[in-house]
Write a protein that binds this ligand. Structure first.
Ligand code: ADP
Ligand code: ARG
Length: 379
């Protein structure tokens, strides 16, 4: 079990809920956490739900302000999570998620070529978040479970490594495997920083206040690392916000190439014995954050929009992208600044109640629309 988190007295808890609600009415955690519901739970459930919502109370500026601690939390605490989910994803209550990767009919016979939009090669990436049924979600893992998860994943990576089309290497941050057992895949700080800079490894999660107060970054950097294929394009993170983030990334012009390759590797991973992904009947693939439920997919490109970022910030780009259904991030990912040359990371915001194939198609249309806005801004 992860380190104990003291559950506050109910009066204190709801005084905090009110305070945060006042400070930020858009914090969905405090918007939907009612005293009546909380008091209907038994003590064990209260303490688990408190762990889920602590991040939203500690960080008033949260848009969601909650993470699940176990795959079953979305069912156990449905009266709370359902409201957060339907609101964030703008969906009708009772909607059911459908998985569909068949992108053979999107774009031009399945081809989404950005040169048709007058663009040259872009850095393209598609990732999905996945968690296994048999483990706690990262917020509730303790150090031993994190190490056990890493060791179990190594068996899956060995299978990929044995396949000549992948090969690859495991990079791990676990200082040891507990009780003096050496970690053969341990990398040093220099290598870690090089991998972060190359967008292969994730940033120091313990520096993220949202993840930290949810316990998701606890025991950092134990049980954290990645596997990367020989050609560098296929990457599997372990131990980040989700137990697994599986991705395909490369420079190119056809968005469908990273999408299709991700599907192939995902099928390989899912076919490995013992790797059963956690799924929910209504919400598709289960992720720590309600924002990633469903597909768990973020499909992004790095794209230069100097006119829309003339002031050196992403403010205008975000304003323009919001109605286009696109999120804007910095060149180092979430919560990082945009590039000095006006490069931003854009991705369709939708993840749930949308088909995978429609996300990649939406990225293409989004690029087209955004470039039209960039052109307008230049006139
Ligand atoms: P996630 O995409 O998993 O939600 P982040 O937004 O933090 O997480 O991004 C993780 C890493 O992936 C960062 O280094 C980010 O710059 C990189 N990344 C995302 N999209 C692209 C892309 N299209 N090209 C290159 N790197 C990318
Ligand atoms: N917990 C933060 C919030 O509620 C971030 C949510 C989205 N980002 C994420 N990495 N899940 O605002």
């Amino acid at each position: 079990m992860a380190a104990a988190v003291e559950t506050p007295m109910t009066d204190d808890l709801f005084a905090k809920v009110d305070e945060v609600k006042q400070a930020n009415p858009d914090n969905r955690c405090t918007k939907y956490l009612t005293r009546e519901y909380y008091e209907s739970l038994d003590d064990e459930q209260k303490s688990l739900l408190y762990r889920c919502v602590k991040t939203g109370l500690d960080n008033a500026d949260s848009g969601l302000g909650c993470y699940a601690m176990k795959p079953s939390d979305y069912e156990t605490f449905a009266p709370f999570f359902d409201k957060v989910i339907y609101d964030y994803h703008g969906a009708e209550e009772g909607s059911k998620h459908v998985t569909d990767w068949d992108a053979s009919t999107v774009g031009d016979g399945g081809v989404l070529d950005v040169t048709k939009l007058g663009l040259e090669e872009l850095s393209m990436r598609v990732r999905v978040g996945r968690n296994l049924k048999s483990f706690n979600l990262p917020g509730l893992m303790d150090k031993a479970e994190r190490i056990r998860f890493e060791q179990m994943m190594l068996k899956a990576f060995e299978k990929l490594q044995a396949d000549a089309s992948y090969g690859g290497k495991v990079y791990s941050l676990s200082p040891d495997w507990g009780e003096g057992v050496a970690n053969p895949n341990l990398i040093d700080d220099e290598k870690y920083n090089e991998l972060v800079k190359a967008h292969v490894m994730f940033k120091d999660m313990d520096a993220d206040p949202y993840l930290k107060s949810a316990g998701i970054s606890s025991d950092w950097p134990y049980g954290r690392g990645c596997w990367q294929s020989d050609d560098g394009q296929c990457i599997i993170w372990f131990g980040e916000e989700d137990q697994l983030r599986i991705m395909c990334m490369k420079r190119g012009t056809k968005l469908n190439e990273v999408f299709d390759r991700l599907k192939v590797i995902l099928d390989v991973v899912e076919s490995i014995e013992g790797l059963e992904f956690a799924k929910s009947d209504n919400y598709g693939y289960v992720t720590s954050c309600p924002s990633n439920l469903g597909t768990g997919m973020r499909a992004s490109v790095h794209i230069k929009i100097p006119m829309l970022t003339k002031d050196g910030t992403d403010a205008k780009a975000k304003e323009v992208c919001k109605p286009l259904g696109l999120s804007v991030r910095g060149t180092g990912g979430e919560h990082t600044p945009i590039g000095a040359d006006g490069t931003v990371d854009i991705s369709p915001r939708a993840r749930l109640f949308i088909k995978e194939r429609d996300i990649i198609a939406a990225l293409y249309v989004g690029i087209e629309n955004l470039m039209a806005k960039e052109k307008e801004a230049a006139e």
